[in-house]
Structure formats: structure tokens, C-alpha cells
Design a protein around this ligand. Structure first.
Ligand SMILES: *[C@@H]1O[C@H](CO)[C@@H](O)[C@H](O)[C@H]1NC(C)=O
Length: 391
């Protein structure tokens, strides 16, 4: 007996003298007055739990148990006293039934200026249907809130989260560094307006893995200043596909570089992999882009570069895009197109696309080889490329 005692005692002693190793501050939103009844406003309770987690000098974990929690717009602000806040959600967060309550806020849930936040699990139900109906009726409506946004933040992890029926974009990453998103599910009808799945801009080191996005607008949209972005095992559809752009809306704009889409499936989407820019002057660019191992199923525009975007033909003085598109690789892209032109490169006459590389492309339209169209596009093709390359 006496010989074994130190073995039991030692770890305890170690804990006592080094509390930072396992002293995670555990906070349950129920202790702050949140109610899992779907009817009681739990906004203050969530905010109170966050405030305590953020003020903690040791790692903190906020727990949201099963049930439905009614929440208005909440901003979770940094900077915090620790760099390890975990929010584990077993329940569903629901927005108020009246879309106007959160409809004029930019975001439903916003994380600002945080470092080291992980969200594990959770369903976010923004109840966007009412706002979409308002928008579709032509009435004047609130613009709608993004469901979940991270801005000026770093070291963010989102795993196993589901976003349902967002009013506007589902998830936005803006001005962030090192963001990992895994097993994210986005669900909204194909007819829902402006419901982009995940939007990334002015951010570096964003990774999106193993995610499934069904929505009414872009599956993933990539704005100016997105660099070192990696997407792997993504399923899109319905929706508008993965889009780099629209770029070049402003004269002065951060470029997009080093973007990889690896192993993706597009089902019945409007586009597959797209690069899009405004037909107006800009110093923007998109370069070092890779689209690899992509399956298209009945996609209207499987491969597209469109540099002539000018809605309503307004404010595009010379109708030429300043955005330089270069070094774009399409490798192992196969499947079916819903229209005859499966590959369309419509580049800027002033800054032709360069370094486009196609290898192992095989797209059909109604069981025949589809067509390709090129304007101001240069590059090379290797191996099987069908439709035949027009580069
Ligand atoms: C490109 O981005 C990936 C992450 O997506 C990163 O690992 C790699 O180092 C980047 N390459 C360059 C040249 O910056």
C-alpha cells in the first residue's frame, strides 16, 4: 500500500502546481438563464457566458445542451484573456420567427477580433423563409443577416456545424488568418436569394474540408484578398457553384492567390468552377488557382471564366476588366454539362488570361462531347481534353 501511494499523489500534486494544464473553465449556458424551450430569449445568457469565457485567463469551454435556444443577434467580441475558447453545441440555435428582428443586422452571430475559438457541432436555424418571400415579392425588405461571421480573427475551428435557411450568406470569413472548417453542412432551397454558403475574403490560410452545401447562391464565394485557401471534398448543389469573384469591382483591390479546390462534386448547379470579374478598371488579380478531381453532374456552366460582368451595363466605362487572371489549372474534371458550352473562357481583352492549363478534362452534353469557347485566353492542354481545348 505505502509504496503505491506516491503514484496516486503525484499527478494531483502536478495539477496543483500547474493549473493551466487542465483547468478548463466550464460554462453551461443553462446556468446563465438560457432555456432550451425555443421560446425564451436566451441572447443575454449566451453573451454572459461568452463574457466570462473571454475574461478567463485559462482555457474556457461553453456548453450548449440539447434543445432549441431562441437568439437575437449576438456579437462575440475579443480580445480575450485566453486563446482557447471552445463552444460545444448539442442543441439548435433558432432565430425569432419575425425576420425583421435580426434582418437589419449585418450578422446573426458575429465573432470579432477573437483568437483561438472553436465551435463544435450545433445547428443554426435562421428561419430565412419569410425574408426571402418578402424579397421575392418586390417589396422593400431588410437586407438580411449573415448567419455566422468571423472578422479580424485568427486560429478558428468550426467542426460539424449545420446552417439552415440563412437570411443572407450562411458563413462569412473576413479579415481572418488560419481558419479550419470541417464537416460543415449548409441547407437552404435552390430558390433562396443571396444565400451564399461560405464566403471568404481578405483572409489567409482558410481550409474547408468535407463539407456539403445546398443553397440558392454560390456554394463557396471567394472575394478579394483571399490567399492560401484550400477546399477539399466539397459537395455543392443546388446553388451557383464555387466562384472566385466577382473581383475587380474597385479600382484598388487585393488580389486572390493560391486557391485549391480538390475533390469536389457539383450536382445540378448553375456553375461548376468559376472565376468572375467586373468589366471595369482594377488592379486586382487571380493567380495560382487549381481545380482538381472534380465531378460535374448536369451543371449549366461547368468551367467558366467570365471577365465581362456588368449588371445592367452600368458603371463599366470601357467594358474591359483590369483583373489579371493567370496560372489556372483544371485537372481531372469530368461529368455532364446541362448546356452545350461546357468550357467558357471569356477573358479581358486588355489583360488576356494566361497560363491556363488543362489536363484530363472530359465533359459531355447529352451524351456527346460538349463545346468550348475562348476569348483572349492563353495556355496549354495535356492528355485527354474534351471538349477540345480552344486555348
Ligand atoms: C498555398 O496554400 C497552401 C494552403 O492552402 C499552403 O500550404 C501553401 O504553402 C501555399 N503556397 C504558397 C506558395 O504560399
Amino acid at each position: 500500500m505505502t509504496t503505491r501511494r506516491p503514484l496516486i499523489f503525484l499527478p494531483l500534486l502536478f495539477l496543483f502546481i500547474n493549473p493551466s494544464i487542465s483547468a478548463v473553465l466550464k460554462l453551461n449556458v443553462l446556468s446563465y438563464g438560457a432555456k432550451p424551450d425555443g421560446a425564451t430569449d436566451s441572447t443575454k445568457a449566451f453573451l454572459a457566458a461568452w463574457t466570462q469565457a473571454c475574461a478567463s485567463t485559462s482555457p474556457a469551454s461553453i456548453y450548449v445542451p440539447k434543445g432549441r435556444f431562441l437568439l437575437r443577434s449576438v456579437t462575440f467580441k475579443g480580445q480575450c484573456k485566453n486563446r482557447a475558447i471552445t463552444i460545444r453545441i448539442d442543441g439548435t440555435l433558432v432565430a425569432p420567427a419575425d425576420y425583421r428582428v435580426i434582418g437589419n443586422a449585418d450578422n446573426w452571430f458575429a465573432f470579432q477580433d477573437v483568437d483561438g475559438v472553436s465551435i463544435l457541432g450545433g445547428k443554426l436555424d435562421a428561419k430565412g423563409t419569410g425574408l426571402w418571400a418578402c424579397k421575392n415579392s418586390g417589396k422593400s425588405c431588410p437586407s438580411g443577416a449573415t448567419t455566422l461571421s468571423f472578422s479580424k480573427s485568427k486560429n478558428i475551428v468550426v467542426v460539424g456545424l449545420t446552417s439552415l435557411n440563412s437570411q443572407m450568406f450562411h458563413i462569412v470569413i473576413n479579415g481572418c488568418q488560419n481558419v479550419k472548417m470541417q464537416r460543415v453542412t449548409v441547407i437552404a432551397p435552390g430558390t433562396s436569394p443571396n444565400t451564399d454558403g461560405i464566403h471568404v475574403q481578405l483572409s489567409t490560410g482558410v481550409t474547408i474540408l468535407d463539407s456539403k452545401i445546398q443553397t440558392g447562391d454560390d456554394c463557396v464565394s471567394i472575394g478579394p484578398g483571399a490567399t492560401n485557401l484550400w477546399m477539399e471534398k466539397i459537395t455543392c448543389g443546388p446553388g451557383h457553384g464555387i466562384s472566385i469573384g466577382s473581383l475587380g469591382k474597385d479600382q484598388n483591390e487585393a488580389g486572390v492567390k493560391n486557391v485549391t479546390v480538390k475533390t469536389a462534386t457539383f450536382i445540378g448547379t448553375q456553375n461548376g468552377v468559376r472565376i468572375k470579374s467586373w468589366a471595369k478598371p482594377s488592379n486586382g488579380f487571380a493567380r495560382n488557382i487549381v481545380f482538381q478531381h472534380v465531378t460535374m453532374k448536369n451543371v449549366q456552366n461547368p468551367i467558366v471564366i467570365d471577365q465581362n460582368y456588368c449588371p445592367g451595363n452600368k458603371n463599366c466605362p470601357d467594358q474591359v476588366s483590369g483583373v489579371k487572371v493567370s496560372d489556372v489549372t483544371y485537372q481531372d474534371i469530368h461529368g455532364t454539362s446541362a448546356t452545350q458550352v461546357a468550357v467558357k473562357f471569356d477573358c479581358s481583352s486588355k489583360h488576356p488570361c494566361s497560363g491556363i492549363r488543362m489536363e484530363g478534362v472530359s465533359l459531355t452534353y447529352k451524351n456527346e462531347v460538349a463545346a468550348a469557347s475562348c476569348k483572349h485566353a492563353g495556355g496549354t492542354s495535356f492528355g485527354v481534353v474534351q471538349p477540345t481545348s480552344c486555348l
